[in-house]
Design a protein around this ligand. Structure first.
Ligand SMILES: Cc1cc2nc3c(=O)[nH]c(=O)nc-3n(C[C@H](O)[C@H](O)[C@H](O)COP(=O)(O)O)c2cc1C
Length: 257
């Protein structure tokens, strides 16, 4: 049942070391390419990271998350305008159409990002349906210079997200992480004025879940907001994400328009 694929999915980090069979990975990759894509142009690429040394690099650059190096499948999704620039060049599109070439801009980046994330999430759900498990690694936007040099990324092919995948070692027994209720979360027709009550209701389930597990800050008296503020928003890794992203986005802002 497709509902189960979505409703039972959870991020999984401790993989069975057994390799994913070639036919299973082929099905996964074929399903991933069925993702919708703006203009059906696939302004994204994906590098299958199989080299253990490169997996090690990623586990270090992504905030030292050791499980990355142990994952059977490591997929680096890129926003990729570079391949289109090359395709234009090989096709001589500028001369043939008489329209001057331009540099990619931030809109091109954003469209490519939408494409890349549609593909990555298709991959996540396809993996789940095939009995695999997965986890996104947001820290892939840190340490851009090292990631660029490791994979020889050209200027206009930049990290969108990283996925690690594999068969589960054992199913996790702990409950799924909660989500907000529909009525508390979704807006209708307009962006509303946000009140303390509205936001409290929106994150009530997550706050209660964390409170029961005594993982909220200030001796478990803090809010879910305090937890996020303390662990993520003010963290060194978030500082690094912002530094690194600014560097790889700079050329896309500098498009001469
Ligand atoms: C954009 C993004 C970045 C993430 N980065 C990481 C990460 O670096 N490390 C990690 O262990 N989990 C990461 N996750 C997984 C989240 O922690 C997880 O989705 C969230 O806690 C909800 O848990 P669930 O997926 O099991 O429902 C990331 C998820 C997303 C969507």
């Amino acid at each position: 049942m497709f509902d189960d694929v979505i409703m039972k999915r959870r991020s999984y980090r401790t993989f069975d070391p057994r390799p994913v069979e070639k036919d299973v990975e082929d099905r996964l990759l074929t399903m991933t390419l069925r993702a919708p894509s703006g203009g059906n142009m696939q302004v994204w690429s994906m590098i299958r990271v199989t080299d253990p040394a490169k997996k090690e690099v990623l586990s270090r650059t992504c905030d030292n998350q050791a499980f990355i190096a142990k994952a059977p499948l490591v997929y680096l999704f890129l926003v990729d305008c570079h391949k289109w620039l090359e395709y234009f060049r090989f096709s001589d599109s500028e001369a043939k159409t008489g329209k001057p070439m331009r540099k990619p801009g931030i809109g091109d980046f954003h469209l490519g990002m939408q494409d890349a994330m549609a593909a990555a999430q298709t991959c996540v759900l396809a993996a789940e349906a095939l009995g695999l498990r997965s986890c996104y690694i947001g820290d892939i936007i840190e340490n851009y210079e090292t990631v660029r040099d490791t994979f020889h990324l050209p200027t206009y092919a930049v990290p969108a997200c990283l996925l690690v995948l594999g068969y589960p070692k054992e199913e996790i027994r702990a409950p799924l992480l909660p989500r907000p209720e529909n009525d508390d979360f979704y807006f209708t027709d307009d962006y509303p004025e946000l009140t303390k009550e509205r936001l409290g209701a929106m994150y009530r389930n997550q706050e209660e879940f964390s409170r029961e597990r005594k993982t909220l800050p200030l001796d478990n008296t803090g809010t879910y907001a305090d937890g996020y503020y303390n662990r993520k928003y003010t963290s060194d890794f978030m500082k690094e994400m912002n530094r690194s992203t600014k560097i790889f986005l700079a050329p896309w802002f500098d498009d001469g328009q």
